[in-house]
Design a protein. Structure first.
Length: 237
């Protein structure tokens, strides 16, 4: 190795893998995107992939409560995630799915589809392949990243926040009548968390070695700074 190449290898930041898990509305997406952008890393939204497969099931007339039918179809759609944190994308069979996956219909159906083991096996393989192909390092957010997808991740974070704070944050994103119904928003969040935590296959859970950050009283900027510090410490270790 020449001196220049050797110096570059010594000073280049290590390709750190970061897993950020937690219940709905705790700030995973906002935090993960910002941390990845600040540190020049890739970003993967695994929730978008579960939403994408759910949207495909609904669009193809598959009963999402029929686990056998969902399992049979789990390998059919082609799902492609773009991992630029400033413009993440999700495509299903070559078409942009970023709008349709955020509808209430998909949100209400996604927990049933994501509980099917064949769906999880397929998406877990895809997620591991994406992480393995990111030499810049990657921030991967979801529900089972630290426990199942990337159990050897360098940094594991588990975000929490009170249901009241999470519902208020979500209501801030909605308009008109939907925003006014804070109680319904909170009930829907709690219901989805219960389904995600209660499923048999890789439920929503904190990995034993994850750092738990309660974001209830923190601003988004404070959460981002906290995670950036943890990643930088790991990079320089
Ligand atoms: N610490 C915070 N303080 C105030 N608002 C926040 C904070 N973190 C996130 N938010 C806001 O809360 C909303 C939900 O955040 P975000 O989408 O990042 O959560 P999430 O955990 O990824 O949710 P989901 O799992 O449902 O996709 C967004 O509008 C975001 O701007
Ligand atoms: N690793 C993951 C990520 C997500 N899910 C399921 O997808 C739903 C949508 O996730 P969002 O982050 O977009 O809200 C979530 O409620 C889970 O059902 C999952 O199972 N595993």
């Amino acid at each position: 190795m020449s001196d220049t190449v050797e110096t570059a290898a010594r000073t280049a930041p290590a390709a750190v893998i970061v897993g950020i898990d937690g219940p709905s509305g705790t700030g995973k997406s906002s935090t993960s995107k910002a941390v990845a952008a600040k540190l020049g890393m890739r970003y993967l939204d695994t929730g978008a992939q579960y939403r994408a497969i759910t949207w495909w099931m609904l669009s193809n007339g598959i009963d999402v409560d029929d686990a056998a039918a969902v399992a049979d179809a789990a390998g059919k759609p082609e799902i492609v995630s773009g991992t630029d944190p400033s413009a993440p994308t999700i495509a299903v069979d070559g078409a942009d799915a970023s709008g349709p996956i955020r509808t209430q219909q998909v949100t209400a159906a996604v927990s049933a589809v994501s509980a099917v083991p064949e769906v999880r096996t397929r998406l877990t393989e895809l997620q591991r392949a994406i992480a393995a192909g990111a030499p810049e390092g990657i921030v991967v957010e979801g529900r089972d990243v630290g426990t199942t997808v990337l159990p050897d991740a360098d940094v594991k974070i588990y975000l929490t926040a009170s249901p009241e704070a999470r519902a208020a944050r979500r209501s801030g994103e909605l308009k008109g009548k939907e925003a006014a119904d804070l109680a319904a928003t909170q009930a829907a969040l709690v219901k989805r968390d219960a389904a995600d935590s209660g499923r048999k296959t890789s439920p929503l859970a904190k990995a034993a070695d994850a750092v738990e950050v309660d974001t209830t009283e923190l601003t988004l900027e404070q959460v981002i700074e906290c995670v950036v510090t943890l990643v930088e410490e790991k990079r320089s270790a």
